[in-house]
Design a protein around this ligand. Sequence first.
Ligand SMILES: Nc1ncnc2c1ncn2[C@@H]1O[C@H](COP(=O)(O)OP(=O)(O)OP(=O)(O)O)[C@@H](O)[C@H]1O
Ligand SMILES: [Mg+2]
Length: 274
Amino acid sequence: MSNGAYDDRGNKDASITNPKGTGTMTPAVGTGKEMQTRNAFLVGDSMTGGYGKSGPDILHDCTIAVDPGEIAVIVGPNGAGKSTAMKAVFGMLDLRQGSVRLDGEDITNLSPQDRVVKGMGFVPQTNNIFTSMTVEENLEMGAFIRKDDFSETIQQVYELFPILGDKRNQPAGELSGGQRQQVAVGRALMTQPKVLMLDEPTAGVSPIVMDELFDRIIEVSRTGIPILMVEQNARQALEIADKGYVLVQGRNAYSGTGKALLEDPEVRKSFLGG
Ligand SMILES: Nc1ncnc2c1ncn2[C@@H]1O[C@H](COP(=O)(O)OP(=O)(O)OP(=O)(O)O)[C@@H](O)[C@H]1O
Ligand SMILES: [Mg+2]
């Protein structure tokens, strides 16, 4: 994917800082650059927290953010807290410190349902479709908060993922892994979200299907929807990332443009296989 197919992505931009922003993150190890996230469209800012009332902290002062037109990618080893960070941004665990802001509004205390109403679309890592329901029923379920006619959005999802239109009346559980992920992403798009969060959208799919899914994700991003995604395929994901975060043990270890992270010798050695 480095041979030009994605050359028009924004990761040629040497600076991910928002010059108008006022907030700064502590310099990211390895990049030495400050990241300014206070004015980001969606930001989980200095998040510290864990599961339940008394569980240990999993996230330690962790910050992730994304702006319109951007794809922000979170990578890191298994158990690093990537999914936990996504769940924290979506309101599925209580933060002990830090905040979540969407479009300038503090939503730290909102339920996940209310965050959907505010414009967040979230595709979790597991159990992200209703397997016994048809493809179309899954999409209809995705529109649960809408009171208007959402048939046009269903058509848009079918345009984005034509295979789903072909299989609209088939139980989603009968679909291939890559097709199921399309259902999950399509379901999240049904609310016409202002921001899309994807936890490992390419988990368990072949490299070809992964490339196809990334193409579709880029297509969604080009419509202006900011995308925050966790990816196991770190190298490929950073190639399409405007910015990236490497999380280690619940902390920001490295942050920068996708390009900068791909070129960082430490990141390469420790997380990208050299
Ligand atoms: N529901 C839960 N209750 C308690 N602890 C949890 C829960 N989910 C995850 N954890 C713990 O939180 C830590 C981080 O897990 P998390 O799933 O966020 O990692 P991850 O980076 O997404 O890993 P992976 O790459 O395997 O998806 C792990 O130690 C895990 O055991
Ligand atoms: Mg995970």
